[in-house]
Design a protein around this ligand. Structure first.
Ligand code: WQD
Length: 337
């Protein structure tokens, strides 16, 4: 199939683009490069020996998006493009709603106008909010507690309503947990702009000497070692989940929700120690106050994805850290190395 991957030069987008190409799909990447580098796509082409079509375009450019669907024979869309920093979304809610929700509406209107009704949407475990018991299950009520998460919820609602109104739509809503790791080649990986918000890229930058030490946000949670637990998933397993979901909806019209997670919680200190094993020595850290808005623990119930898609995670936390470290060690300054 010819798949449009919005946000395809980003971290998860580039790994999914590589996996789509290796599965025999043709890929056209749309990205505005606000948070990523086109170098990732050059490396995906190098790794796969395949051509990656790229169009620098913002989903807010309504005419440009419509022209793309008018001129390119697109069969399906995997939609990653969006702003994704929780803290930033609290400071800049209107920017997040405009970029994420209005951009998605532009995409969906262009798809519908040109007869494209198949979409895999990059949602997030953050939609479950803090009120649900874990492990999280897809049928649970959702209710995020930050603007970023609410943009994901609103887009899920839009897609659900579209699917209910028009049976031509084939829609997968994928709720990611915590993606980490990198392609085993070490040629593509996570390259956050500025100071990393997320745990593993921050640890990786400590390991490569770009950051002085890890601040562990909270050592007094009601967890086995006092640090918060999350469900970490290797980005290659996540990419495989997207290809499996794309294949499933190509055979099943309707709206489907799947958690993409391991179903296992790992604490901050467990992740740090796993990364230290990959690096081969200890890394400096300090127990700091809790980060506002953080939950003590949550992880996925991934059984629906296994039952419907035959998909489950395959890689361990140690493999995630080994692959993440290989990328960071080989690219100390990311794609601008
Ligand atoms: C993980 C744990 C931190 C950094 C976020 C978004 C979520 C999704 C994934 C987009 C927490 C602790 C972190 C640090 C630390 N993104 N930590 N020191 O918060 O679970 O989820 O990223 O979809 O929407 O909310 O991930 O990696 O930021 O934090 O101690 O320097 O690591 O407190 O317990 P999180 P994270």
């Amino acid at each position: 199939m010819k798949v449009l991957v919005t946000g395809g030069s980003g971290y998860i987008g580039s790994h999914t683009t590589l996996t789509l190409l290796e599965a025999g799909h043709d890929v056209l990447v749309l990205d505005n490069l606000v948070n990523s580098s086109e170098e990732s796509l050059r490396r995906v082409a190098e790794l796969t020996g395949k051509t990656v079509q790229f169009r620098q375009l913002d989903l807010l450019d309504e005419a440009g998006v419509d022209e793309l669907f008018r001129t390119e024979p697109i069969d399906s869309v995997i939609h990653f493009a969006g702003l994704k920093a929780v803290g930033e979304s609290v400071q800049q809610p209107l920017r997040y709603y405009y970029n994420n929700v209005s951009g998605t509406i532009n995409l969906l209107r262009a798809m519908d106008a040109h007869g494209v009704h198949s979409i895999v949407f990059s949602s997030s475990a953050t939609v479950y909010g803090g009120l649900n018991p874990f492990p999280y299950i897809e049928k649970m009520d959702i209710g995020s507690d930050n603007p970023y998460g609410r943009t994901k919820e609103q887009i899920e609602d839009i897609l659900s309503d579209i699917g209910a109104a028009d049976e031509r739509w084939q829609i997968a809503l994928l709720r990611y947990f915590n993606p980490v790791g990198a392609h085993p080649s070490g040629r593509i990986g996570e390259d956050p702009l500025g100071i990393p918000n997320n745990l593993v890229p921050f640890i990786a930058q400590v390991a490569v000497g770009r950051r002085e030490k890890l601040m562990v946000f909270g050592g007094d949670y009601d967890t086995p070692d006092g640090t918060a637990q999350r469900d970490y998933i290797h980005v290659m397993d996540l990419a495989d989940g997207h290809v499996a979901a794309l294949d499933y909806i190509s055979r099943h019209p309707g709206v489907f929700r799947w958690n993409l997670g391991s179903g296992v919680g790992s604490s901050v200190l467990e992740v740090l120690h796993s990364f230290e094993k990959a690096v081969g020595h200890s890394l400096p850290y300090e127990i700091a106050p809790r980060r506002a808005g953080d939950l003590p623990a949550f992880w996925a119930d991934p059984s629906a994805a296994l039952a419907d898609l035959g998909w489950s995670t395959t890689k361990t936390l140690d493999e995630m850290c080994q692959d993440h470290w290989r990328w960071q060690k080989n690219n100390p300054n990311g794609y601008s190395s």
